[in-house]
Design a protein around this ligand. Structure first.
Ligand code: HEM
Length: 510
């Protein structure tokens, strides 16, 4: 028996040592290249442990310091455990990097990609990613074509915005002068816009599964991962306390959400009619049928990909769009001059009764500028999703080794006084030209850039624009929070996204 124990311990020691050597050798090579200036500079790192001092609750604060110290040429590197990370801090370098398929298409394995079983658009690779991305963009475009009731996407969003106005009015009428949080009504509005587009009536706020699935979005994104989570590089830690219980809960929520989607998809299959495509799931089933008819199999359009793409649309769409709209309420209720200018513009163009359409933004340049300013200050996806180099690649004169994790520090770009005067002041005028026309900013990239840029950007902007304009049209709002509290103090990391911390407003009907 003693012999067996000795043998087991010796084997474990030898395997452990081999594992450590396998991790340390690439680290030593990269550190040597970094000292020679071939790889972008960065803070000190230690074998296996990596770089110390990253603030997991507010990583943008640490990245800002490291960028100032080491980030010449618009990027710096650091190590998370043994893994090299490249952080891009310049918008032009970001555009060049993400245009290149070697950096622009690759994704690293992370805790979040494992949760999505390496499926959905965000976590699939190669042909499956190409095919399903083309399909998702086309399907959303098709739903958004046409005008009036023919524009399905817009009619779903407008219906949800009408309910939002009704919900806030009810709140004001039931408890006049009392402060309240807009989060529940905004959550319902965004969830209903997405659920109608994704799966018709299912998972809307009147579905009994609604509370559970919206809670799961929160659980998966807050508990599942953070951009700098150590679980991304040491997945085996998820089997060891304190991670084990949290991971089990998050995986449980994902499995439950996948089960709900499977039920909804099965229901769609029963009533599916190729000549009446009602929503995104129908469009996918139609594409699947055509693939089978033309090629003999479904190719990239597997059943599993549909389940994870549906979860992704509901989860990713809800989290980022809800966060952005909450930023809109917070900023507008804090700066009355902006609220008033938006109201004047809306009254001139739409009056008090007409609901906005997305095309109205051409006549509402100040409101469109306000939305862009909300995206800039809020920066709900502060670093986008991580990319990974699929080969060694040259970037801005440096060699970036294969397998490096890459991300862009969008939030510090958006908040930088190099690109924006008084960056923390909420000033929509920075998105207007001398004639008062809307102009986009080349440094503002809330939906990322390049090959994996957000595929739902048009849909998300439609939801934010119509819902925000509707709220401004109907309510005066004042934030109930020390007016002097700066925005930076209100940021709250929500796993992958940044939402404003809890706040309340007082509102009255106009
Ligand atoms: C205001 C709301 C939103 C913001 C700010 C936002 C932002 C982003 C960002 C920064 C990325 C990362 C891109 C990269 O990897 O470089 C992304 C990816 C993605 N977003 Fe959004 N998003 C929003 C809403 C939505 C909605 C409503 C949907 C669903 C229709 C959606 C679907 C996706 C998907 C599928 C990806 C992965 C694309 C790929 O890997 O090819 N997003 N989004």
């Amino acid at each position: 028996m003693a012999f067996l124990v000795m043998l087991f311990m010796s084997c474990a020691f030898i395997l452990g040592s081999l594992y450590a050597v396998a991790l340390i050798l690439p680290y030593l090579r990269v550190m040597s290249d970094r000292r020679k200036g071939r790889i972008p500079q960065g803070p000190p790192a230690y074998p296996l442990i990596g770089t110390l001092g990253l603030d997991d609750d507010a990583p943008w604060v640490t990245y800002k310091q490291w960028a100032q110290q080491y980030g010449k040429d618009g990027m710096f590197t650091f190590f998370l455990g043994p893994k090299l990370h490249l952080v891009i801090t310049d918008p032009e370098v970001a555009k060049a990097a993400y245009k290149d398929p070697i950096i622009g298409e690759g994704r690293p394995e992370t805790n979040l990609s494992r949760l999505f079983n390496h499926h959905a658009l965000a976590f699939s690779k190669g042909q499956m990613w190409k095919d399903t991305r083309r399909f998702e963009i086309m399907a959303l475009k098709d739903f958004g074509r046409g005008s009036g009731s023919k524009n399905l996407l817009e009619s779903y969003v407008q219906n949800a915005a009408r309910d939002l106005i009704q919900d806030i009015s009810n709140q004001i009428n039931s408890t006049p002068d009392q402060p309240f949080s807009t989060r529940p009504a905004v959550l319902k509005c965004v969830a209903n816009s997405i659920a109608s587009t994704l799966c018709g009536g299912a998972l809307r706020s009147d579905d009994p599964r609604f509370t559970r699935i919206t809670d799961s979005v929160n659980v998966v994104f807050t508990e599942g991962t953070t951009p700098a989570s150590i679980l991304n590089v040491f997945p085996w830690l998820s089997h060891i306390p304190p991670f084990r219980q949290k991971q089990a809960m998050v995986y449980g929520r994902m499995a439950e959400s996948a089960h709900m989607m499977e039920e909804i998809i099965a229901e769609h299959r029963k009533h599916f009619d190729t000549s009446d495509v009602r929503d995104f799931i129908d469009a996918y089933l139609k594409e699947q049928q055509e693939q089978i008819k033309n090629n003999g199999d479904a190719g990239s359009f597997t059943d599993m990909q549909l389940v994870y793409m549906s979860i992704e649309m509901y989860f990713a769409g809800l989290d980022a769009t809800l966060g952005s709209l909450q930023w809109a309420v917070l900023l507008l209720s804090s700066v009355p001059e902006v609220l008033q200018k938006c109201q004047e513009e809306i009254y001139q163009v739409l009056g008090q009764g007409t609901i906005a359409s997305y095309a109205d933004r051409g006549q509402l340049p100040y409101c469109e500028a306000t939305m862009s300013e909300v995206f800039r200050i809020g920066s709900v996806d502060p670093f986008g999703l991580p990319h990974q180099c699929t080969e060694d690649v040259m970037l801005n004169g440096y060699t970036i080794p294969k397998d490096t994790t890459v991300f862009v520090d969008y939030v510090n770009i958006h908040h930088s006084d190099v690109y924006y005067k008084d960056p923390m002041v909420f000033r929509p005028e920075r998105f207007l030209d001398d004639q008062g026309k809307f102009v986009s900013s080349p440094h503002s990239l809330p939906f990322a850039t390049g090959r994996r840029m957000c595929s739902g950007d048009h849909f998300a902007k439609m939801i934010v624009f119509i819902s925000m304009v509707s709220m401004i049209q109907h309510f005066d709002m004042t934030r109930v929070l020390a007016r002097s509290r700066p925005w930076t103090d209100i940021l709250r990391i929500n796993g992958v996204g940044v939402h404003p911390d809890h706040f309340t407003i007082r509102a009255s009907l106009r």
